[in-house]
Design a protein around this ligand. Structure first.
Ligand SMILES: C[S@@+](CC[C@H](N)C(=O)[O-])C[C@H]1O[C@@H](n2cnc3c(N)ncnc32)[C@H](O)[C@@H]1O
Length: 400
């Protein structure tokens, strides 16, 4: 007897699910709370994860279903509607997004929230929905205790949703950061329940205070600013002069009607390049498109000579690649542009950041290494050794 197909083999309302996912990710202040446990850069929206799970285990509708299911789902349309509700979509997010886009293009302020229901991911299935789900699973699979396994679970969106639907859930992950995130998101939340929230706040605050105390001296702030990112370039020694060559594919900081760029300055008498932040016409005149590395091949600002890609990789693999900070992204209230309240801008890195990253100051402080013997394999000072990944260029470090 042929195996009846599951929903995702024949139908998924991709437009609605896609629109709901865009809504889920649309506002950085209203993201799913699990995002804030720890940064992970490849999180999948919860809504599509739900749809993928249920779409893989629920049958397509059939007029031959038993009476009890036919009563609940007299038509295919009613079944599909219930599927969408089961994943939290109680309206038409496509139409609602269209309305928002229309209002934006016409600069119209909508009188009320165009969405008729709360964000899908904030709805957990209620007992009635869970009962229906179990009936559907039992009809198809002969049991309700199905297992969902994500062998490369990353940030854990799929297993998180699998748990919400009561599946036996297996999550596997190679990366140690993701593994810890998975442990906290899936295991601890179930094991310790809501009480865990208080502990996370308490110990998170404690950790934040201790880290701030020890590291803030290395990352000074000017009054009224908050640091958005430190931007630095990796460096290799110029093959002719031996001086550090900051490698960046370009020197843009902001490409817009008000351009901002970095002007790279290599004076023959200096030991290292210096940087000047330039705006407007001066930014364009600095020719920021001309970086110091392109397709793996470098260019020395000291001599103008090409730097062979194999030399750059060999230097990186030998642990001789350094780094040089060249700008700090900052957020200031009512900053440079008076039109917005919080404006991102850039300034030069302070002396202490430069010293810290170039290794003249210990980072983290040497005392950290003394107090934690297991850390001694790391070098507290100097350029960090790093195997080349073949990708060379600028790096950002965000303090939050
Ligand atoms: C695209 S991401 C995860 C996506 C995740 N399933 C989701 O839907 O959000 C892929 C993950 O697979 C992990 N990974 C890669 N190779 C692996 C392996 N051999 N064993 C376990 N995890 C692996 C990576 O570390 C990464 O976190």
């Amino acid at each position: 007897m042929p195996i009846p197909p599951v929903l995702s083999e024949q139908w998924l309302s991709i437009k609605k699910i896609g629109a709901e996912c865009m809504r889920e990710r649309g506002a950085s202040s209203a993201l799913p709370p699990i995002y804030f446990l720890h940064v992970w850069w490849a999180r999948r929206p919860l809504t599509i994860s739900r749809a993928a799970i249920l779409g893989s285990v629920l049958l397509v509708w059939s007029p031959d279903w038993p009476e009890s299911l036919r009563k609940q789902f007299p038509t295919e349309e009613s079944y599909r509607q219930r599927f969408l509700e089961l994943i939290g979509i109680y309206g038409d997010p496509v139409a609602e997004r269209k309305l928002i886009a229309w209002a934006k293009t016409r600069n119209v302020k909508l009188a009320q929230n165009p969405y008729s229901y709360k964000r899908a991911f904030t709805s957990s299935p209620d007992p009635e929905q869970m009962k229906t789900l179990r009936e559907l699973l039992h009809y198809r699979w002969g049991e309700t205790t199905l297992s969902v396994c994500d062998p490369m679970a990353g940030g854990g969106s799929i297993p998180f949703e699998a748990l919400r639907y009561g599946f036996r859930t297996l999550a596997n992950e190679l990366n140690s950061v993701a593994s810890v995130i998975l442990k906290a998101t899936l295991d601890y939340s179930l094991r310790f329940g809501p009480d865990l929230v208080g502990d996370i706040w308490k110990w998170g605050r404690e950790l934040s205070v201790r880290v701030t105390e020890r590291l803030s001296a290395f990352f000074p702030k000017e009054p009224g600013e908050s640091i958005h990112a430190y931007i630095w370039a990796r460096t290799v020694a110029c093959q002719v002069t031996g001086k550090p060559v900051p490698l960046s594919p370009n020197w843009w900081l902001q490409k817009s009607a008000s351009p901002v760029a970095v002007k790279l300055i290599a004076r023959p008498g200096d030991d290292a390049c210096s940087f000047q932040i330039v705006t407007g016409q001066a930014a364009l005149s600095a020719k920021p498109d001309a970086g110091t590395v392109k397709k793996g091949v470098g260019r020395s600002p000291w001599t103008g000579d090409a730097i062979d890609g194999d030399y750059i990789k060999a230097e990186a693999q030998a642990g001789r690649m350094g780094q040089q900070p060249y700008a700090v992204g900052i957020k200031t209230a009512g900053g440079l542009c008076r039109a917005t309240r919080s404006q991102k801008a850039t300034r030069h890195p302070s002396h202490s950041v430069t010293e810290c990253v170039s290794g003249r100051k210990c980072f983290p402080p040497a005392s950290c290494f003394r107090s934690s013997p297991s850390w001694t394999s790391f070098r507290p000072c100097g350029p960090r050794s790093r195997r080349s990944t073949g990708r060379i260029g600028r790096r950002r470090y965000s303090p939050t």
